[in-house]
Design a protein around this ligand. Structure first.
Ligand code: ACO
Ligand code: V55
Length: 288
């Protein structure tokens, strides 16, 4: 066994977690758990560096078909670590500050938003400030009704950076966004669902089961096609109709040509010839 990095003797390139992040595998789901519960899973520079390596490793790990991002204990994440991320970098050089910010953004949106596997944020508890970036960058999100969210930046005298404000603008309408950005007022999971910040909210006691159910539903699909859908959606959202028409035909062709399961062919045969399923009501059988 070689020591792969200085932060955790246990971590390797294949399994770089173990210090600030825990990963558990179960039925194709990788539960990625921010793991500083005594600090409410606040995100420090070293947690950010670990998460970059975790996402890199899970991308090519067959045990991860769907990635669920959540937090240990009673928090999703209390946002950026005010001590380690802000105060302790106040006297760093501009280049050092840039590096710390870059590591934060590298996983919280740049990597997560275009992750090649489906991602679900499972908001189990406290979710403040900087935590909104990873939340919004996941494809789907499910919250405990009891979870407490807050755009608390204004409460301690900063404007939401780290693309938190951009993330809020992506999912909440302007009246809700400005209300919560300007007042810093906390809101619960039910409210988060009403504002469409998250897909849905369920009682905490059902959160894990409901999340697992959604993950398993995704796994019944052709994951090559699911990947193409989530990635093209992100691009198309920024395009005009002429460009998206062209782009989508090109991507449709590319996705079909490179599909290891040849799903389109199976789907047409099973519907048109065998009359074995109805595409409007469910998925083709990818076992045959
Ligand atoms: N940064 C650094 N340390 C934190 C953070 C944080 N964001 N959140 C919690 N902690 C630490 C506390 O300092 C405390 O440390 P200690 O035990 O060494 O004293 C420990 O975590 C427990 O925190 P408490 O406040 O005692 O926990 P409690 O359960 O009573 O409250 C709550 C939880 C509401 C989340 C509270 O900790 C809090 O308000 N945290 C800050 C939330 C926030 O506004 N984050 C910044 C958003 S802005 C941004 O991310 C850029
Ligand atoms: C914030 C969040 C950041 C950051 C700087 O407003 C500020 C919160 C998500 O990262 O780098």
């Amino acid at each position: 066994m070689s020591i792969a990095n200085s932060e955790s003797p246990a971590a390797s390139d294949a399994e770089p977690w173990g210090n600030n992040v825990k990963v558990e595998f179960e039925d194709g789901i990788a539960w990625v758990i921010l793991n500083r519960p005594e600090k409410r899973n606040a995100m420090s520079p070293s947690l950010n560096r670990e998460m970059i390596r975790v996402l890199d490793a899970l991308e090519v790990d067959e045990r991860c078909k769907v990635l669920v991002l959540t937090g240990a204990g009673e928090s999703y994440s209390a946002g950026m670590d005010l001590k380690e991320y802000f105060r302790e970098t106040d006297n760093a050089t501009p280049v050092e500050v840039m590096r710390v910010r870059r590591d934060s953004m590298a996983w919280q949106w740049r990597r997560l938003m275009f992750y090649p596997k489906p991602t679900i944020a499972m908001v189990n508890g406290w979710c403040f400030g900087g935590a909104f970036t990873s939340l919004v960058s996941c494809d789907l999100s499910i919250a405990a009704e009891e979870a407490i969210f807050g755009l608390s930046e204004v409460n301690w005298g900063i404007i939401p950076a780290g693309n938190v404000m951009r993330a809020v603008a992506e999912k909440m309408c302007t009246s809700d966004a400005l209300y919560y950005l300007m007042t810093g007022e906390p809101f619960d999971g039910k409210k988060a669902s009403e504002t469409r910040l998250v897909n849905e909210a369920v009682p905490l006691a059902q959160l894990r089961d409901r999340t697992r159910q959604i993950a398993l539903k995704l796994m019944e699909k052709n994951l090559h096609v699911v990947r193409a859908i989530k990635l093209t959606y992100r691009r198309v959202k920024e395009m005009n109709w002429d460009v998206s028409e062209d782009y989508l035909y090109a991507k449709a062709g590319e996705t079909y040509a490179s599909d290891p399961d040849k799903g389109r062919e199976k789907g047409m045969t099973q519907f048109l010839d065998k009359k074995a399923f109805k595409p409007g009501l469910g998925n083709y059988n990818n076992e045959t």
